[in-house]
Design a protein around this ligand. Sequence first.
Ligand SMILES: [Zn+2]
Length: 350
Amino acid sequence: MENARLRILSLLKELSEAYGPPGYEDEVREIMIRELEGVADEVRVDKLGNVIAVHEGSGPKVMLSAHMDEVALLITHIDDKGFLRFFNLGGIDPRTLYGQRVMIKTDKGVVYGYIGAKPPHLLKPEERKTVPDVDQLFIDVGVSSREEVKNLGVKIGSLAVFATNLVDLGNNRVLGKAFDDRAGCTVLIEVMRLLKDSPYTVYGVATVQEEVGLRGARTAAWQIEPDVALALEGTTASDTPGTPDHLASTKVGGGPAITIADNTLIAHPKVVKLLVEVAERLGIPYQFKQTISGGTDAGAIHVSKSGVPSGVVSVPTRYIHSAASLLDLRDLENAIELVKGFVDALGNLE
Ligand SMILES: [Zn+2]
């Protein structure tokens, strides 16, 4: 494998395996700061925890945004036998929870656990046909009392994320957790590296708390007042059995996805136009996102202050918000090329 591919893969692996529930993005933030410090003129952290890397230049101010947080489980109750109850932070399909391994970061270290439910042989016939709700599930951390849970450092307010290591499947495909949005974080770092000599002012922003309502992006955009913005995402790919072609939001291997609209944004037509022009001129494969579900940081950025023309470039990712997601490294590399090409072409943004 060539050097760039190896670097991207190891960066994605490190970011994917890092622990970053909404509001507790510290591990991811440290990686972002370490990587961005070498390639930006200034790196700062704002009061909410957003990382803001600035490449000084002139012309339009562009903000590139990728969120650091991942969906998580908030521990809300610990029973006297040591089982943990929880609610989800961010959208998690309850079908994906039962039977998964999770990890909880505490002051005393990392605690691993397993998501259990009432066993199948005790289910009533009608229960067998349904998926257990979040409130019927529990986390088992292998102890027998509330006291032992406390000794592990787990308490009310502790947060669990899926415990998944990245696996290289070969054929350019990788499997790992939180590609939404550690894929975007990887794109952000690589684009900032490539833009070291850009004549434009570029803000590379790694945001907090996207999964619970685009919160970090809102305060970041307020401070930066960009002239144009792109959210860099790992978005749903449903090119899998059971989904008709026209409803497959995006397709893995089909190139980076350009959003026209989603639940939080009408992408600005001039941003979409420039992205398409750049992709066609540079021969970068691309696709349009075919569904309007979901939302991204761009939803908060484009309505900041007097408004910011904004768009979204995403890496198609199957099974987002579950224990593992799958992407094609070529899509990620092409997303890097597309975003870099977009910033290079900002003089043509009309
Ligand atoms: Zn996301």
